[in-house]
Design a protein around this ligand. Structure first.
Ligand SMILES: [Zn+2]
Length: 69
């Protein structure tokens, strides 16, 4: 089971929860990233960039904190 997973994208207009815990409606230009087998959504391209630069200072900081508790 070493095959890389690439979670499918939702349909345009589907409600999705962002990494910042906001509810948005998925659009073609919604920034997304894949974390493990999970697909992440970002409210803004700057959120995605922050995540790519350093996940621990991005919107996902809570996720990482939760993991280390
Ligand atoms: Zn954000």
């Amino acid at each position: 089971m070493s095959k890389a997973h690439n979670p499918p994208l939702p349909k345009i207009g589907s409600p999705v929860m962002t990494a910042c815990k906001g509810l948005i409606f998925y659009e073609e230009d919604t920034p997304t990233a894949v974390l493990g087998e999970q697909r992440l959504y970002f409210c803004l391209p700057s959120c995605l960039k922050a995540y790519q630069d350093d996940p621990k200072t991005s919107c996902l900081v809570d996720e990482f904190n939760r993991d280390s508790n």
